[in-house]
Design a protein around this ligand. Structure first.
Ligand code: F0G
Length: 351
């Protein structure tokens, strides 16, 4: 019996590890690439969802975190720190447990989803809520890692990008080549940087005949890359990507330009529409930020930017259970029935 061994073992020759590196893993990666029937019909393309919410802590961050915590352990670190809108902190906290390390996380006060806070708490992270936004948290985390004995595991740590690039390998391994277009939500811009690196390495080594165009989408209230300037007070219901000054900004521009792609914005309304469509019509429950990729694809299709017949992959970055408030909000309250099959059948419209 074989199970997926985690991204470091599966792609060992493409990652910065040696035979003696102490691998810290929860067997992340190997996530489903799910054909999206309704999105394919709407666009006339062959659309797939890379379901990253299926990772051990429920988001793509685990790919980078297995690398970051592994390398921190190899270097003898006893403690790690990160700034986070929630998912990075959940992942760092879990992998730190596996490594026997202390984790410290800095989150923007009141702006992280309850599920993510619960994960950091139950994994025993030391949590500080910062009176500021994510960008302030990252500034603080960098300062602490420079002046105190604690390793920074945000995506400004280059080994995080190395781990996250493996998602591109999995997609090419599954499809037999790179897609024509790859669509991602963009926050701190580490992931779009990582995917582009992965596709580029595979193409350079002859594992793919081409590289996709990279399409990134920010939330309208938090769209510094689209605007071309830092957003001082970012806002969006998609708290995971509520970021006004992305650390990997320049790399995201490079991915966009080298691939012939673009980075655009989607409104919170468009995000929620895509969020509901994914759940109600594709059977895939994601968190709001993840729906930004699909919202972007639908927007581009409505603008006539999507030629039919192409292969398209949308990464949906995090699990819907992280932030269920938006699933419950606005939905009708279920009715209560007695223990009576006839009454239940009437309520269910079966008779
Ligand atoms: N989707 C989700 C669910 C995320 O949590 C993030 C980032 C992104 C998309 C954007 O990815 O930053 O690489 O462009 N979350 C970080 C965090 C900031 O702290 O969990 P990115």
């Amino acid at each position: 019996t074989h199970q997926w061994r985690g991204i470091i073992e599966e792609y060992r020759d493409r990652l910065p590890v040696t035979d003696t590196t102490p691998v810290v893993t929860l067997r992340e990666g190997g996530t489903p690439l799910v054909p999206a029937q309704v999105l394919s019909e709407r666009t006339g393309c062959d659309v797939h969802l890379k379901v990253e919410g299926a990772n051990p802590t429920g988001s793509f961050k685990d790919r980078g975190m297995t690398m970051a915590i592994t390398r921190a352990k190899e270097e003898g670190a006893k403690a790690v720190i990160c700034a986070s809108t929630g998912n990075t902190s959940a992942s760092a906290a879990a992998y730190a447990v596996r490594a026997g390390m202390v984790s410290a996380v800095l989150v923007p006060q009141g702006k992280i989803a309850l599920g993510k806070m619960g994960q950091a708490l139950v994994h025993g992270a030391k949590i500080l809520q910062v009176d500021g936004n994510f960008d302030d948290c990252l500034t603080l985390a960098r300062a602490l890692s420079e002046n105190y004995p604690v390793a920074l595991v945000n995506s400004v740590n280059p080994v995080r990008i190395e781990g996250q690039k493996t998602a591109s390998f999995e997609i090419v391994d599954m499809l037999g080549d790179a897609p024509d277009i790859h669509v991602l939500p963009v926050g701190n811009a580490g992931n779009i940087t990582a995917y582009w690196k992965g596709y580029t390495e595979y193409a350079n080594d002859g594992m793919a005949t081409r590289r996709p165009r990279m399409w990134g989408f920010q939330a309208s209230g938090s769209a510094p890359i689209v605007r071309g300037e830092v957003v001082k007070d970012p806002s969006t219901i998609a708290t995971a990507i509520r970021i006004g000054n992305p650390a990997s900004w320049q790399y995201a521009l490079a991915a966009r330009d080298e691939s012939g792609g673009f980075i655009d914005e989607v409104t919170d309304r468009e995000i929620l529409r895509a969020y509901r469509l994914l759940a109600a019509q594709e059977g895939v429950f994601v968190e709001p930020a993840s729906a930004a990729s699909v919202a972007g694809l639908l927007k581009a299709a409505e603008q006539g930017k999507v030629d039919p017949g192409q292969t398209i992959v949308c990464t949906v970055t995090g699990n819907g259970l992280k932030d269920p408030d938006w699933a419950v909000a606005g939905a009708p309250q279920p009715v209560t029935v007695p223990v009576d099959a006839a009454a239940a059948a009437v309520r269910l419209g079966l008779v």
